[in-house]
Design a protein around this ligand. Structure first.
Ligand SMILES: O=C(O)CCC(=O)C(=O)O
Length: 254
């Protein structure tokens, strides 16, 4: 790994609460920027395109008709880079959720492939993982690799309107899997590739929480950009058991 691609501490990664500039949102959607370098994204994109074109795809086995490529079927280097990126994003969001840490299994990570000539988007749904979080990492570049797309969220609160997340290349969005309705907006050209993994929220003790990261420079958490401290009471939950793991890909269509 070259110097520019060394993993960073989660505190160094910009984290924005969406929708931007709204102080009263209950949506708990986070955008964690630049967790995967452009060159690593390009490597992953090329490997996913190759697997997709060769028909090495899976589906989620439920009513959402996505064509996915398992991350575990990509070259080891891509798997390692994606793992570091997702851990960075999960670590950064965990910093915003006192007493909670996000955990996920890389063996379950997959890449959603939207193709302008095939499946362009995904209808409104919630992801089935109870008390979990969905992480989506964009590995193809807007305007260069695809046009259109984005994730539209429907918070459902009184006077709360829907909003769109359109992260840049190598950025991740994280949101509650089970409670927040969302859809994949259709693309108009090219391929939009999103690494997706479902994480569990695990309660951690005060001692664990106080333990600094190995490469931490200072103890104070980096402030979240342009947002108030989120109300995370509804996000707290126990780590899901194996039964819940088995159900993690179930989705609820509205
Ligand atoms: O396409 C998107 O941005 C959303 C993907 C999605 O809804 C999902 O994976 O459950």
């Amino acid at each position: 790994m070259r110097a520019a691609e060394q993993p960073r501490a989660s505190r160094d990664v910009p984290c924005i609460r969406l929708p931007r500039g709204q102080t009263r949102s209950s949506s708990h959607v986070f955008e964690i920027q630049g967790v995967l370098s452009a060159s690593a994204c390009d490597r992953a994109r090329d490997a996913v395109n190759e697997a997709f074109d060769a028909g090495r795809t899976t589906d989620r086995g439920v009513s959402l008709p996505t064509q996915d490529v398992m991350v575990s079927s990509l070259p080891q280097r891509c798997q390692d880079e994606i793992k570091v990126a997702l851990e960075l994003a999960a670590g950064r969001v965990s910093r915003e959720l006192p007493g909670v840490t996000l955990e996920f299994a890389m063996s379950r990570a997959f890449v959603i492939v939207y193709d302008a000539k095939r499946q362009k988007g995904l209808k409104k749904h919630t992801d089935g993982r109870k008390e979990g979080a969905t992480l989506l990492l964009l590995i193809s570049k807007p305007q260069r690799d695809f046009v259109g797309g984005g994730t539209r969220f429907f918070p459902g609160g009184i006077l709360e309107s829907s909003f769109d997340a359109k992260p840049g290349l190598g950025s991740t969005i994280v949101f509650p899997s089970d409670t927040l309705q969302h859809e994949g907006l259709p693309i108009k050209r090219g391929r939009r590739l999103l690494v997706c993994v479902f994480a569990t929220k695990k309660q951690i003790s005060a001692t664990e929480e106080a333990a600094p990261e190995a490469d931490a420079i200072e103890d104070k958490p980096a402030p979240i950009l342009d947002s108030p401290a989120p109300d995370i009471s509804h996000l707290r939950g126990k780590a899901c058991d194996d039964r819940a793991l088995a159900q993690e890909c179930a989705c609820v269509i509205s």
